[in-house]
Design a protein around this ligand. Structure first.
Ligand code: C5P
Length: 218
């Protein structure tokens, strides 16, 4: 793979619904960085698993990822809770993780020329995908607050699910994502913790921007 030199690289890991996507988008807009929400790739495969049932195979995943483009990841159906759960299950599989690795590496280290760099968010971005990122943020929040935020998003999308179900589902996913063998979610020592429990989107971004600007000026 070709690696672009002197680009800004931002790696973000976080549990579900902690606000990482929102911050990643703000970062990408402000610093003109290419943004990849890596969870969407796992959701895309998770949905494939639901739809294809017995016909789901590594070969199928490989072929789909080969022709994957960013528009495929914009599909609203990827946002459902069932797809999220399915994503978390298939994401345990080392072979699946290996299949999506290259796609993510390309986005991280060889983003389109019009961008100054890249920002990726997910569960294993700091620990596996972008170990040498210039900036590493671990974004977290209390699970009840995360569940409330996700519940409100589902309501806006007219998805029929209760707060209790959302909370249960997030807890289940947290456990699966943290305890799995390959690419588990964990905070590394060299990443900066941003706790969004009591902070607004704006306040979080202000913190992140201060950290980034300080280093970029040097
Ligand atoms: O971030 P999001 O909630 O959309 O991710 C869906 C699922 O995809 C996660 O629960 C996790 O199991 C998986 N995932 C992963 N590694 C990533 C991003 C997401 O295993 N880098």
């Amino acid at each position: 793979m070709k690696r672009r030199n002197n680009i800004i690289t931002v790696a973000i890991d976080s549990p579900a619904a902690a606000g990482a996507g929102t911050q990643a988008k703000l970062i990408s807009e402000y610093y003109n960085l290419f943004y990849l929400d890596t969870g969407k790739i796992y959701r895309y495969i998770g949905k494939l698993k639901i739809n294809k049932k017995d016909k789901f195979s590594y070969r199928l995943v490989k072929n789909k990822i080969k022709v994957l483009n960013l528009n495929n990841l914009k599909d609203k159906s990827l946002l459902s809770n069932d797809v999220a759960q399915s994503a978390s299950k298939i994401a345990k599989d080392k072979k699946i993780r290996n299949i999506v690795h290259k796609f993510q590496q390309e986005c991280a280290y060889n983003p389109p020329k019009k961008y100054n760099g890249s920002v990726l968010d997910g569960r294993d971005i700091i620990t596996v995908q972008m170990k040498d990122a210039m900036f590493k943020f671990y974004i977290s929040a209390n699970v009840n607050v995360r569940a409330k935020r996700r519940f409100d998003e589902y309501k806006k999308l007219n998805l029929d699910i209760s707060y209790k179900e959302v909370l249960k589902s997030l807890r289940k996913r947290d456990k699966l994502d943290k305890e799995r063998k390959y690419g588990p979610l964990k905070k590394t020592k060299d990443s900066i913790l941003i706790n969004t429990t009591k902070l607004s989107k704006k306040a979080c971004f202000k913190k992140i921007k201060a950290i980034m600007d300080k280093k970029l000026k040097n």
